[in-house]
Design a protein around this ligand. Structure first.
Ligand code: MG
Length: 131
């Protein structure tokens, strides 16, 4: 019963609260973050968070059932294509997000790995877009 209610809570977590959790986790792990407080006059779809430490990460945050807009997909694809680390994280991705944020990467050594991660993420984003 407890598990069911925990999952219900996760599924209902508003994006704003999910974002606050990710920002708190990132700051604890030494990341600087940027978030456009009011993005209404900016180009549409740019990821919610830009995280900077020894490398730079772009994150689009979504609720458990939130859909990516076309503009959000375009930005993630463009960033991945450019060799950036870019992710779409939902509350269920918390553990994975934590692992990625905890990972220390020499930006030059890690580059080959990031490119291969980017290829698999790109596939995931496109699969998700098609779903
Ligand atoms: Mg978002």
């Amino acid at each position: 019963m407890r598990l069911v209610s925990a999952l219900t809570t996760l599924a209902d977590l508003p994006e704003k609260e999910w974002q606050a959790q990710v920002v708190q986790l990132a700051r604890t792990l030494g990341w600087r973050h940027f978030h456009a407080y009011r993005s209404t006059k900016s180009p549409a779809g740019f990821p919610d968070l830009t995280l900077v430490r020894e490398r730079i990460i772009f994150v689009e945050l979504k609720t458990e059932r939130g859909k990516l807009t076309d503009a959000q997909k375009d930005w993630i694809e463009a960033l991945l294509h450019a060799g950036a680390e870019a992710y779409v994280w939902r509350p269920a991705d918390l553990d994975r997000a934590g692992r990625i944020l905890a990972q220390r990467g020499d930006p030059f050594q890690a580059r080959g790995e990031i490119v291969s991660i980017a290829a698999s993420l790109r596939k995931r984003v496109l699969d998700e877009a098609a779903a």
